[in-house]
Design a protein around this ligand. Structure first.
Ligand code: SF4
Ligand code: SF4
Length: 477
């Protein structure tokens, strides 16, 4: 009897231990689930990156993602499968590191960037643009007048004149098919230049600003544009004087009220070959496509009884990237080009100025681009002519911006025969427009810390100085 009582008491006494054991078991299984779940998620994310990178022909990125997928999964699987002293402490520490890092990367930290929405205080003269200077023929009145007024530019321009020239058979990147295709594109553009403006229909059709704005935007998208925005046409958008064509030297006066900016994507595969011939083939193609759509829209508006002028390659009155930026399509980055949110600089722009009533889009805050360009400098690193600055932005005509050495850049173009595009091809913003890269772009926009992490990962996955790819096989026959 005494023995039975003693046994009863020992069973009762052991109940709290059961409770503790139960708690321990629950804790253990939660940690195990978290370990397995976290390891699997990291594995799947990296495997997804591997597949997407492979489909983009980014084989280095694909290989690294594959290594990461196994390396990330291994410690979690090990902790899940094996028991050893301090396992719980190690597991909880590892989980804490992972989840705290994720929180740190994604909390929105956006310090204010110096500069804000500045606008240039002076107009640019199109005669100073490299294309205009390239068109000056030695021995002509225009040539002599330009260099007597700009003696400092003569020495610089003599350097590009010594080179074979754009699309020349003697240039270093000469490739018969791609150069001939680019020539064909330019010849069609040449034929379009005189029709940027035209007569306006006598009868003005009444339009509602919001409806016609929506119509123009939707139609543009159907025609193939990547983005479209509307802004008020400002004086600083316009060049002071024409620098190309028959109206060379004429003062520009455009009193139209609105400007519609459209951007067209340049194909990533073609751009990745930069500075080979497929780049100039692609850039001229998209000058042509954006120009054709701008002409269509201008004709359409004039048919409704309102003035409209298309601004296309070789026949501009204004600076397209400035208009596009003010129309909310992006920000001007280190290489001096428009950086769009999902394609970066990998676009061509055309503009239509008009008097038809429109609803304007606001300039957007893309200061994350300025901050990212401040640390990235990848374009400056790869530029074969060292034309892109490694320094901070400087104040030029009242605006904080990066100034590129356009003479050195153009001299390289005249050597290679193409419009190079190395800077565009390597820009981390220029990766394809898909879920994976858009998620990274969202993170870059969202957080100061994520930007630094994204740049480190971009260098690791794609290389600090990515190699130029070969021509697509159908071009390199
Ligand atoms: S490569 Fe880097 S620094 Fe250059 S424009 Fe792109 S993001 Fe900016
Ligand atoms: S186009 Fe080529 S040469 Fe010109 S700035 Fe870009 S990388 Fe440099």
């Amino acid at each position: 009897m005494l023995k039975i009582l003693a046994l009863q008491q020992s069973i009762i006494a052991s109940f709290p231990k059961f409770e503790t054991l139960e708690k321990l078991l629950v804790q253990q299984s939660i940690i195990n689930i978290l370990l397995l779940g976290t390891g699997l998620i990291l594995f799947l994310v990296m495997f997804y990156v591997k597949i997407v990178s492979f489909s983009e022909k980014e084989y280095r990125a694909s290989g690294i993602a594959f290594i990461f997928s196994t390396v990330f999964f291994a410690p979690f699987l090990f902790l899940y499968l094996y028991d050893f002293p301090y396992k719980d402490i190690i597991s909880v520490s590892l989980l804490a590191i992972v989840y705290l890092s994720i929180i740190l990367l994604f909390i929105p930290i956006r310090p204010k960037i110096k500069g804000g929405f500045q606008v240039p205080k002076e107009k640019h003269d199109e005669r100073n643009v490299m294309f205009s200077r390239n068109e000056l023929k030695p021995g002509t009145k225009q040539f002599d007048l330009y260099y007597s007024n700009n003696a400092d530019k003569k020495y610089l321009d003599d350097k590009f004149r010594e080179k074979p020239g754009l699309l020349s058979p003697d240039s270093s990147m000469y490739h018969p098919f791609s150069f001939a295709s680019a020539h064909a594109n330019l010849e069609v553009i040449e034929a379009l230049k005189p029709i940027v403006n035209g007569p306006v229909a006598e009868q003005e059709i009444n339009v509602e600003a919001s409806k016609i704005s929506n119509y123009l935007k939707t139609w543009s998208k159907k025609l193939g544009v990547y983005s479209v925005g509307i802004t008020e046409l400002k004086d600083y958008h316009l060049y002071s004087h024409k620098g190309r064509g028959d109206l060379y030297g004429e003062e520009i006066s455009n009193k139209q009220k609105y400007a519609i900016a459209i951007t067209i994507e340049m194909d990533n595969e073609m751009m990745q070959t930069a500075p080979k011939g497929s780049v100039v083939m692609e850039s001229t193609q998209q000058y042509l496509s954006s120009g054709t759509i701008a002409l269509q829209l201008a004709y359409f508006i004039r048919n409704l009884g309102y003035s409209a002028r298309a601004h296309i390659d070789g026949n501009y009155e204004l600076i397209c990237p400035l208009v596009a930026r003010d129309a909310g399509l992006g920000e001007i980055g280190r290489m001096g080009l428009l950086m769009t949110p999902k394609l970066g600089p990998r676009v061509r722009i055309a503009v239509i100025t008009t008097d038809i009533p429109l609803v304007i889009d606001k300039r957007k805050d893309f200061s994350s681009v300025i901050d990212f360009c401040g640390i990235c400098k990848k374009c400056a690193d790869v530029c074969p002519s060292s034309s892109i600055s490694f320094n901070n932005r400087e104040e030029i005509t009242g605006v904080l911006r990066w100034k590129i050495n356009s003479e050195a850049c153009f001299t390289y173009w005249c050597t290679s025969g193409t419009d190079c595009g190395r800077c565009m091809a390597v820009c981390p913003y220029a990766h394809p427009n898909n879920y994976m890269h858009n998620f990274i772009r969202w993170g870059i926009n969202n957080s100061y810390i994520f930007r630094r992490f994204a740049l480190y990962m971009d260098d690791l996955f794609y290389g600090r100085k990515p190699k130029s790819r070969n021509f697509p096989s159908w071009i390199d026959m």
